[in-house]
Design a protein around this ligand. Structure first.
Ligand code: PLP
Length: 362
């Protein structure tokens, strides 16, 4: 038997994750200068990182010979979210936290429920444990919570919920999520992934961390990759009951978040001016792109994130034409949406480049 055949069958069955095309890769392929390329493919912050975070990261360079100490970031996240320090688990990106939850609760013979068109890391985290993945049909491209509830089996240990969801941008009203938590059996973990939480209008946002007191089976995941602009540093966190957080910490690599990421995230939490500017830019850019999509008579899914997904028809061909013009967006055929493309909201100039290229591509 070959070496690859000796690998776990459920690992061999996983389809690889397809990341957004890096700028440098398109530059190599097309012989294009990187400055001419606009990347709106990975929901990154077009403003870059907060100046305060940059300063903190630079200062932290003088200390990289030491192993990291997570204490300060855990303490700050806990106090911001009004939870105990023993309820915060840091991740190397929130994807790491998703993986930790899967490793605590899933194994062959168990299952997890997720929604069609939901974030690709839920299948990855689930299938890499050998657990079975139960996909429920979407409702208007969003999660159908009744369908997800009905899909829960005696062997189900995790339900994955993204709110807002990526790549569709759908948002579940908080009362519906809370009602779902009330119904789900207490021995099933509900993961509420809030990577785009900070893009929800403040008057519509609810403090879901306060729900942890009522639901010990709730795990909330958030990230510094999106509005905080630190995707490349890899840092996020989970909030959970002390019991679940303790279990997650047992499977966590002790030094999973590096010194620079810890310093950057700590400072980013305090840069309210940068957060406000990022939020405002996203609102304005969303309006700019949505009005162009309307003018071009393209269907789109109203989005609560920093991206919008639209029906491009022959999306693969439209995508190629965008790439040739130096504009990178995200095809989402792998999410079961072969006619659609997802575009991240950029700066006004980047959005204009995208709109101009899209008009030519159609
Ligand atoms: C971007 C994103 C994340 C964040 O991933 P990181 O590992 O923190 O960079 C998590 N969940 C969803 C749904 C996302 O779109």
């Amino acid at each position: 038997m070959s070496l690859a055949e000796q690998a776990l069958s459920y690992v061999r069955a996983i389809s690889p994750y397809l990341p957004g095309k890096p700028i440098t890769e398109l530059a190599r392929e097309m012989g294009m200068p990187v400055e001419n390329i606009v990347k709106l493919a990975s929901n990154e912050n077009p403003l870059g990182m907060s100046p305060k975070a940059r300063q903190a990261v630079e200062a932290a360079l003088g200390g990289v010979e030491r192993y990291p100490d997570q204490f300060d970031l855990i303490a700050k996240v806990a106090s911001r979210c009004h939870v105990g320090q023993n309820q915060v688990v840091l991740g190397n990106g929130s994807n790491d936290a998703l993986d930790l939850i899967a490793r605590v609760f899933l194994a062959p013979g168990r299952s997890a429920v997720f929604a069609q068109h939901a974030f690709a890391v839920y299948p990855l985290a689930t299938l890499s444990t050998g657990a079975e993945l139960i996909a429920t049909p979407a409702k208007n491209f969003g999660h159908d919570l009744d369908g997800m509830y009905a899909a829960i089996r005696p062997d189900t240990r995790i339900v994955w919920i993204a709110n807002p969801n990526n790549p569709t941008g759908n948002f579940l009203p908080y009362p519906a999520v809370r009602a779902f938590l009330e119904r789900v059996p207490a021995d099933v973990v509900v993961v509420l992934d809030e990577a785009y939480n900070e893009y929800i209008p403040p008057d519509e946002r609810v403090d879901t961390a306060a729900w942890l007191a009522d639901f010990p089976n709730l795990v909330i995941c958030r990230t510094f990759s999106k509005i905080y602009g630190l995707a490349g540093l890899r840092v996020g966190y989970a909030l959970a009951s002390a019991q679940v957080a303790d279990l997650m910490n047992r499977v966590r690599q002790p030094f999973n978040v590096n010194n620079l990421a810890l310093a950057g995230a700590l400072a980013a939490l305090d840069d309210t001016a940068f957060l406000q500017a990022s939020y405002d830019l996203n609102r304005a850019g969303m309006a700019q792109i949505v009005s162009a999509l309307e003018r071009l008579k393209l269907d789109f899914i109203p989005s609560y994130g920093n991206f919008v997904t639209f029906r491009a028809g022959d999306a693969a061909s439209v995508n190629q034409k965008l790439l040739r013009q130096g504009v990178i967006v995200r095809p989402i055929a792998g999410y079961g949406m072969p006619e659609w493309l997802r575009v991240t909201i950029g700066t006004e100039r980047e959005n204009a480049r995208f709109i101009e290229a899209l008009e030519k591509a159609l």
